[in-house]
Design a protein around this ligand. Structure first.
Ligand SMILES: [Ca+2]
Ligand SMILES: [Ca+2]
Ligand SMILES: [Ca+2]
Ligand SMILES: [Ca+2]
Length: 721
C-alpha cells in the first residue's frame, strides 16, 4: 500500500472512530505499529509527514489499540539541526526546545541535549546557539527555548560576506527549568573518539552530507557541541586563533614537519586542523603542547570552524628553536637568498636589528639576497615618497653590526602606490649583495617603466624591470632582474613578489568549491617571467639564472608550473616533503617562497629553508612572517670540460659533494633526500679558505668540490691555499 493512499483514505476513517481529525496527527505507514505501548496523546501542531519527525503513540479506544497512529514527537535540538548544513526548520517557529546551557557569549548561549536524549545519528548536532538579549541564562541551567530558527552568520566582515551559517534559535522565551545540571559529556575527537577527516574539505559541492569524509561536514555535525581534544599539538604561532592538531590514528596521510607542524600538500588542505579561538597568555610556537585536555564548543566565524575553549590549559613548550642555515660555507660557491622582510622600513625599531642578525647570523650572510616587501623611506606615510635608500641603509648597518659584510643594494622604486601593498608603503623587490664576493655588472640602471632585455652583452639594464608596463602587473610588484659577476661567471637573479591570495574564497567558506580568483593574475605574471627566462636561454642556453621570491602560491600550483615551463627547476621540489614550507597560514605549513634555477645550475644547487620565523611568535624570535630561503650554487666554471650529462656540467660525484656541504644541525633531518645526515667537518675547514678567486685562475685544474678526493678527467685536483 502506498503511503499516500494510506494517509489520504484509510487513516481518516480509522481516526474518525475515536473522534480526532487526521490533520492533528502525523502518520506514517507502519504494519501494526510498535508493540507494548498503550496510550498516547495527540499534539496540535504536526511538523511534517516525514518519518523522522514523528514518534509512535498508539491510541487506545475501548479494547482496541490502534498502534499505527503516529503523533508529532517532541522537537529536539538534533531535529532542528538536521543532518545538513542548513536547518530543515529554517524560518519556522519552534517551541520548548530543551537543553543545558554549555557556554554563554554575550547575548547568545549554546545549549546541548541531555546525554539521555541524543539520537543515534552522528550526523546531527546535539547543540544549538540561542540568541536573546538579556537572557539571564547561566552555564549549567537546563532551559526550554521557544523562538524562530535562523541560519546566522555569526560574525561577518564586509570583504568576505560568503561564509557558512550557524543554526540559531532567535528566542522569544527562555525558561530555566533546573539549575546546576551536569554538562553533557564532550565528544572526544581523534583516534580514541570521533576520527576527523584528514584529506577532504568538501568534494561534493555541499550536495552530500558526509561527515566521515568531508571536513566541512564533520565540523558541521558537531556545530555548537562540546568536544574534547587530548594531547593537542600547536601547529603554528597564535594569529587570531591557536592552530592545533590531534592524533587521528594511523593512515591519516599527514606530513608532519620537524617542528611538529602540519604540511599542506598537493593531496590535502588538512581539514583536521583545529583553530582554538582564544588568546594564549604565553607565546606559542609550533610543537608546543597543552598540559591537559582542551574542552570547548564548536563554533564558526570568519570562514572557519573554531573551538571556543572553556579554559586553556597551561602550555608545555616543545623546545623548537629558530634555525641557522644548515649550508656549510664554501667560498667557492655562490650563496643566494630570498627573504620577504614583511613591510620593512626604517621605522621598524628593534626589528631592524633583528633582521640584521637574521641575515648576518641565521643566513650566514649570503652573497646575494633578493628582498621582498622593502617599503620606502617613510613606510606607510603616504606622501609621494618612493625612494627606499634609507630602508636599505639601516638594514645594511644592522647586518654589519652583527658581524656581516658591508652589503651594497640595488632596486628600482615603483611609481607611487602603483605596485600594491599597504598604501604609502610602496613595497618593492630589491637586492642586497656583498661586493667582496660579487659585482653588479656595469650597465645603465633601469627605471620604473623601461623593460629589460637580454642580448649577447647580457642584460640591457642592471637592474631592470621585466615588462613593467604590462597590464598583468597592475597593482602588483614588477619582477626585477639583476646581473652579477661571481669569479668569472655571470649570474642573472630575478626577484619576484607575485600578487597575493587575498582575494580568494576561503577553503571552509560558504562557496564550495571556493573560487581562487587571484590565480588568474599570477598565471599571467608567471607566464611573463617564464617568457623572460626563455628569451635569455635562447640567446645563451648556458645562462646562469636564479628566479626567486614570494610567489604567493604552492610548488604544485599552476602558477609554478607556468613559471617553470621546460626551463626552470624549482629547488623546493628537491627538498624532503616535510621541509617544504616557508610560511604558516591557519596552521598549514606551506611554501609561498621559491627558488628556481636554469638548467646550468639545476644539479649544482642546494636549497635550505631557514625555519626561523614561520613557526614562532615575535617573542620567540620571529622577525618576519616568512622563512628565508638560501641556495648554495656551484657555478659551472669557464675552465671546465664540456658537459657530458646533458648540459649540467656535473656528474653524480658532484651531486654527492653538494650534499656534503649541507651540515646536519637538526637531528630530525636524516631522512631528507637532500640533507645529508653527516656533519662534514672537513668541508667546513676547507670552506673557510678564501680560495675561490685563486681557483678560478687555473685552467689545468678540474675544480670540483674541495671535498672530492678523486681525480677528474685524468687531471689531479689540488687544493690551493
Ligand atoms: Ca546526533
Ligand atoms: Ca547547522
Ligand atoms: Ca559533503
Ligand atoms: Ca611612504
Amino acid at each position: 500500500m502506498m503511503k499516500q493512499e494510506y494517509i489520504e483514505k484509510i487513516l481518516p476513517t480509522k481516526l474518525k472512530r475515536f473522534g480526532i481529525t487526521w490533520l492533528s496527527a502525523i502518520l506514517v505507514l507502519s504494519a501494526g505499529g510498535p508493540a507494548g505501548l498503550s496510550s498516547g496523546k495527540a499534539s496540535a501542531e504536526p511538523a511534517s509527514f516525514a518519518g523522522k519527525e514523528v514518534q509512535p503513540s498508539p491510541v487506545t479506544v475501548g479494547a482496541s489499540v490502534y498502534g499505527d497512529v503516529y503523533f508529532p514527537k517532541k522537537l529536539r535540538i538534533h531535529d532542528v539541526q538536521g543532518a545538513a548544513h542548513l536547518s530543515p526548520y529554517e524560518g519556522q517557529k519552534v517551541a520548548d526546545i530543551e537543553g543545558v546551557v554549555t557556554m554563554v557569549k554575550g547575548s547568545s548561549f549554546y545549549i546541548q541535549e541531555l546525554d539521555a536524549q541524543v539520537d543515534q545519528d552522528e550526523k546531527t548536532s546535539e547543540a544549538i546557539l540561542v540568541y536573546k538579549p538579556s537572557h539571564g541564562a547561566q552555564v549549567g541551567d537546563e532551559v526550554r527555548v521557544s523562538g524562530s530558527v535562523k541560519e546566522y552568520t555569526e560574525r561577518t566582515y564586509a570583504s568576505k560576506p560568503i561564509d557558512l551559517t550557524t543554526t540559531e534559535i532567535v528566542a522569544t522565551s527562555v525558561k530555566v527549568i533546573a539549575n546546576d545540571r551536569p554538562l553533557p559529556a564532550p565528544i572526544l575527537l581523534g583516534e580514541q573518539g570521533r576520527v576527523m577527516p584528514t584529506s577532504v574539505v568538501d568534494h561534493d559541492g555541499m550536495t552530500v552530507f558526509d561527515p566521515q569524509e568531508d571536513g566541512l561536514d564533520f565540523f558541521e555535525s558537531l556545530e555548537g557541541m562540546r568536544v574534547e581534544l587530548k594531547d593537542a599539538t600547536v601547529i603554528g604561532p597564535y594569529g587570531y586563533e591557536i592552530p592545533v592538531r590531534i592524533d587521528n590514528g594511523p593512515n591519516t596521510g599527514e606530513v608532519v614537519t620537524e617542528a611538529g607542524g602540519l604540511m599542506l600538500t598537493e593531496r590535502s588542505l588538512n581539514p583536521q586542523r583545529i583553530l582554538i579561538d582564544a588568546k594564549p597568555s604565553t607565546p606559542l610556537k609550533t610543537g608546543d603542547r597543552f598540559a591537559g585536555p582542551i574542552t570547548g564548543v564548536v563554533s564558526y566565524s570568519f570562514s572557519n570552524y573554531k573551538l571556543l575553549p572553556e579554559r586553556l590549559p597551561d602550555v608545555v613548550p616543545g623546545g623548537f628553536q629558530p634555525a641557522n642555515t644548515r649550508l656549510i660555507r664554501d667560498d667557492r660557491k655562490l650563496t643566494v637568498a630570498s627573504f620577504n622582510v614583511e613591510n620593512f622600513d626604517p621605522g621598524d625599531g628593534k626589528r631592524i636589528d633583528q633582521l640584521g642578525q637574521a641575515i648576518a647570523v641565521n643566513l650566514n650572510h649570503p652573497d646575494i639576497i633578493g628582498l621582498l616587501e622593502v617599503q620606502d623611506n617613510n613606510g606607510e606615510k603616504d606622501d609621494g615618497t618612493t625612494d627606499a635608500s634609507e630602508s636599505f641603509r639601516v638594514l645594511i648597518e644592522a647586518i654589519r653590526a652583527h658581524g656581516g659584510p658591508e652589503y651594497a643594494f640595488t632596486n628600482i622604486a615603483p611609481d607611487n602606490n602603483k605596485d600594491g601593498g599597504a598604501p604609502g608603503g610602496n613595497i618593492r623587490v630589491g637586492f642586497l649583495y656583498n661586493p667582496q664576493r660579487v659585482t653588479l655588472t656595469d650597465k645603465p640602471k633601469g627605471d620604473s617603466v623601461t623593460s629589460v632585455t637580454y642580448g649577447v652583452q647580457g642584460l640591457s639594464l642592471n637592474p631592470g624591470r621585466i615588462d613593467p608596463l604590462n597590464a598583468s602587473f597592475e597593482d602588483s610588484r614588477k619582477p626585477l632582474a639583476a646581473e652579477f659577476e661571481f669569479e668569472d661567471q655571470q649570474v642573472i637573479v630575478v626577484a619576484n613578489h607575485f600578487n597575493s591570495k587575498g582575494s580568494d574564497q576561503a577553503p571552509f567558506g560558504g562557496i564550495q568549491p571556493p573560487v581562487r580568483s587571484s590565480e588568474i593574475q599570477r598565471a599571467k605574471i608567471a607566464t611573463i617571467v617564464n617568457g623572460f627566462v626563455k628569451s635569455v636561454l635562447q640567446v645563451n642556453p648556458k645562462a646562469n639564472m636564479v628566479v626567486l621570491g614570494d610567489l604567493n602560491d604552492f610548488q604544485f600550483s599552476e602558477t609554478l608550473a607556468l613559471l617553470r615551463g621546460q626551463e626552470l627547476t624549482n629547488l623546493i621540489d628537491n627538498l624532503d616533503e616535510k621541509e617544504r614550507y616557508s610560511y604558516i597560514y591557519e596552521g598549514n605549513s606551506q611554501t609561498l617562497d621559491h627558488m628556481l634555477v636554469s638548467p646550468s645550475l639545476s644539479k649544482t644547487s642546494v636549497l635550505d629553508i631557514v625555519h626561523m620565523n614561520a613557526d614562532f611568535s615575535a617573542a620567540d624570535g620571529r622577525v618576519s612572517d616568512h622563512d628565508p630561503l638560501v641556495a648554495q650554487i656551484d657555478l659551472p666554471r669557464k675552465t671546465e670540460e664540456p658537459p657530458t650529462d646533458g648540459g649540467s656540467g656535473r656528474n653524480d660525484d658532484d651531486d654527492e659533494n653538494q650534499q656534503d656541504n649541507v651540515g646536519n644541525t637538526n637531528a630530525g633531518n636524516g631522512s631528507s633526500g637532500n640533507v645529508n645526515g653527516t656533519v662534514n667537518g672537513q668541508g667546513q675547514t676547507a670552506s673557510s679558505e678564501p680560495n675561490g678567486s685563486s681557483l678560478s685562475g687555473t685552467n689545468v685544474v678540474q675544480v670540483k668540490s674541495v671535498m672530492t678526493g678523486v681525480e677528474q678527467n685524468g687531471l689531479k685536483r689540488q687544493l690551493l691555499k
